[in-house]
Design a protein around this ligand. Sequence first.
Ligand code: SAM
Length: 428
Amino acid sequence: LFLSRDNNAEVISLVSKDDTFQILYEKCYNPIFKFFFNKAFFNHFVAEDLTQETFIKAYCNLDKVRDYSTVESWLYVIANNTFNDYCRDIKRKEKHRNYSELDYNSIKYTENTPDHLLLCNEFKGMFGQIFMTLPPKYRCAVFLHEYKNYSYSQAATAMGLTLSAYTSLFNRARKKLKEATIAYLLRIDRELLTENEYNSLSKWIDPRHLSSDISDSIKQEMKDYFNEDASTYNNHLYQDYHNLIDHYLLSKYPIRKEHIVADFGMGTGIFAGKLSRYVKRVDGYDFSNEMCSLARQSFKTQKIENVMCKNQDFLYHGVSSHQYDYAYCITVLHHITYPQQAVQKMVDTLKIGGALIVSDFAKHKHTEIVEARSDLWYGFTQKQVHEFLKKSGLKNIWVEVRKDLSRLIHLKSGNTVLIPTIMGGGEK
Ligand SMILES: C[S@@+](CC[C@H](N)C(=O)[O-])C[C@H]1O[C@@H](n2cnc3c(N)ncnc32)[C@H](O)[C@@H]1O
């Protein structure tokens, strides 16, 4: 729009500052980046930082542009000044480098192993991409305070905002950045997570793992949690809940004596033990040693011999396809980073004609539960469970939210809540 000399100011005034900026950004990002890339001796990160800085300055000063036909050359003037400032800054630092800075640099130097550099570079690249998904106003707010070390009031002045307007914009921007980071790491659509889910997931994300798949770090913590907590799983309340749901789970599909079935995330084996009476063999998977050892003890006491305890992560290790007539997954999915992948994995293990049943918490809003129990998901909606099953290729899908099969949970605050159970399944 502003790159055509024929446009007049009236047309311009109809377009918001953000839209104008976005057009400028889309058209000129690459040329400006190249400009810096050449000047900064092909240093990608310096070029990226300086490009960012140029656009931030452009955004802050866009109101001052009177003639939009010259906006591109105006942008190059900013870029040139930014580069000159950068060179001056480097020279000044070299000149005034004191001993403490040297110490700092030498500490850094020891970290310059290929691994460390790779991690930093990967992280920077990744973070750059996430940052770019934020709307310009948010990017600007974060950039000024976090990257340029502007005080709140300096940043507010630079953006032409009051201090309180800036701080509230900055807080919203940080929140958006956190959400965008989590969504990026989970490789999911940002819209899929609620605010509470963002908060609960963010506490699991260890910065050391940011450049790799976060599910491994989350999984390790989850295993530790279940190892510590295993003994509480056999308490009365949990047995009561199983008494409520197990009959329903067992009667949903016709089970026969020749069947081989799986219980994924079997815990202390409450359900697997019951299932074992009706089938030839149950493979009970659980990655927690403690859970498995309690399950083994319980099977021994009950003289159950046809449950194979498989102390392993069912998502990764050697679980072959097409081996089970039925697979069950009870109250496990909300502890799993990528529930869709888990459902797919379980479906893969089914024989053609076999069926899967998943059971979990229906979607709820109780942060206290999620925090106390290290859950990742606030349960699931019918739509979500339906999608998990459908995307995994199952037929004859059914999903039910059952208030009559609710789980009673006592909270530390003294409150008690009842959470309906969501159950769903389908045939392969
Ligand atoms: C809330 S407990 C439920 C146990 C059992 N299904 C029940 O309802 O009694 C979740 C169990 O899933 C296990 N688990 C979670 N993710 C797993 C994975 N990827 N592979 C194996 N076990 C897993 C945990 O160790 C834990 O024992």
